[in-house]
Design a protein around this ligand. Structure first.
Ligand code: ZN
Length: 150
């Protein structure tokens, strides 16, 4: 069964990312500087180029791929939680080309901002820590059930 936790809303950080910044690196830096340890992230804008990844469930490894042309960010959806003791961003990106064709994937380093409006909604409560998950091979949240005896 799914394990869910109730958390509270914290600060809401709203801003614009720098032209030429690495999209993943910049959002990670903002969260670490502001000590945001759990959050929901949403952004729109455009990138000069993109590097995304697809998780191969059989090989249990990320396969990255690149787009070298300017693209719209139709949607960046992501979260912040703790990995190796530090706030880490996990985000997915839906991009569109000049014809409106959309594609996307797991946001990787190497995606360069053209312009980006970003909102980071901090959540407060228990920490969500990523740990190796055997069935998937992914660093997933290890959530303790709050039920007695579980
Ligand atoms: Zn992902």
């Amino acid at each position: 069964m799914a394990t869910m936790k109730e958390v509270q809303r914290g600060r809401l950080l709203v801003g614009r990312l720098d032209h030429g910044a690495d999209l993943l690196g910049e959002i990670t830096a903002i969260c670490r500087d502001a000590d945001v340890r759990l959050a929901r992230i949403q952004a729109i804008g455009a990138v000069q180029k993109a590097r995304l990844a697809y998780y191969d469930q059989t090989e249990k490894t990320y396969r990255s791929f690149e787009f070298s042309q300017p693209l719209e960010i139709l949607s960046l959806a992501g979260n912040v939680s703790i990995r190796d003791g530090e706030p880490a961003v996990h985000a997915h990106l839906v991009l569109a080309d000049a014809e409106g064709n959309a594609f996307g994937g797991h946001l990787a380093e190497g995606t360069v901002v053209f312009a980006c409006e970003c909102m980071i909604e901090e959540l407060v409560g228990e920490e969500f820590v990523r740990n190796h998950d055997e069935p998937t091979g992914l660093p997933l949240w290890k959530i303790q059930s709050s039920e007695k005896g579980a």
